[in-house]
Design a protein around this ligand. Structure first.
Ligand code: FES
Length: 151
């Protein structure tokens, strides 16, 4: 199928590189938007690894998602400067108000919630990225309003 074709092409492009699993997984996600479970046995076979090894890497790194992302991704900054001004509480608020954990997507497919480590907006924390737009000094109420606009 299409996934096998894409995986084959990406593996081919990394032939000869050392420890290619991570870059291959990043390339798969860049192309498909996620790393579907069907990729695990394909990569295990082609890279001569066990399925458990590949699965372990996919699940260890939070970067990889098993399901396609929502229409909009909301990224709440968890790095130090934003933490100092309420970033953690803001993330907890987002989890509560969206009803999903970090890395998950709302059941209507509208919003994926993610954490991020610094958005380069440290002077204006807590910082949140909604889609490709950056927002500073985001309060819980403002976050709800931004999320509301996505739905
Ligand atoms: Fe949050 Fe840098 S610490 S934007």
């Amino acid at each position: 199928g299409r996934v096998a074709e894409i995986v084959g092409r990406i593996v081919e492009a990394h032939r000869g590189s050392r420890g290619p699993l991570l870059p291959i997984l990043h390339a798969v996600q860049a192309e498909l938007g996620h790393v579907p479970p069907s990729v695990v046995p394909l990569l295990a076979e082609r890279l001569n690894l066990s399925r458990a090894e590949v699965h372990g890497v996919v699940t260890f790194y939070r970067d990889f998602r098993a399901a396609p992302p929502g229409r909009v991704t909301v990224r709440v900054c968890r790095a130090e400067a934003c933490q100092a001004v309420g970033g953690q509480a803001l993330l907890e608020h987002a989890v509560a108000s969206l009803g999903v954990e970090r890395g998950e997507t709302t059941p209507d497919g509208a919003v994926t919630l993610d954490e991020v480590f610094c958005l380069g907006n440290c002077a204006l924390g807590p910082a949140v990225q909604v889609g490709d737009r950056l927002h500073g000094r985001v309060t819980p109420a403002r976050l709800d309003a931004l999320i509301g606009q996505c739905r």
